[in-house]
Design a protein around this ligand. Structure first.
Ligand code: FES
Length: 105
């Protein structure tokens, strides 16, 4: 596993919100679901739509390109045309900083 990289502050991602950050040239979306953060590649597993720009309600993100849906707590697809589970990354809060750890590919 890689190093933890600061990507912002906890205040940048409010409860029920999503935010896209760049980590080493990669786009990562961070969701704040009931105060817990979850991080994934910001690419829908259908054909790469930006999930950070989709709608995010009740723990589900809906891709704005073709409507695939994913459960935010674990990245599992719950509605077609999703192509599979979202690729997750480590995310933690240290002090007031949000840090991401890119997993092995
Ligand atoms: S790219 Fe997300 S549903 Fe098609």
């Amino acid at each position: 596993m890689g190093a933890w990289i600061k990507v912002g502050s906890i205040g940048d991602v409010g409860v029920g919100r999503a935010r896209c950050v760049r980590v080493g040239g990669r786009k990562v979306v961070i969701f704040n679901e009931d105060g817990r953060l979850h991080a994934y590649n910001d690419y829908c597993t259908h054909v790469g739509g930006p999930l950070s720009q989709g709608s995010y309600e009740n723990g589900i993100v809906t891709c704005l390109w073709h409507g695939a849906q994913f459960r935010v707590v674990d990245g599992e697809p719950i509605s077609p045309p999703a192509g599979g589970k979202l690729r997750s990354h480590g995310v933690r809060v240290t002090g007031k900083s949000v840090e991401i750890q890119i997993g092995d590919e």
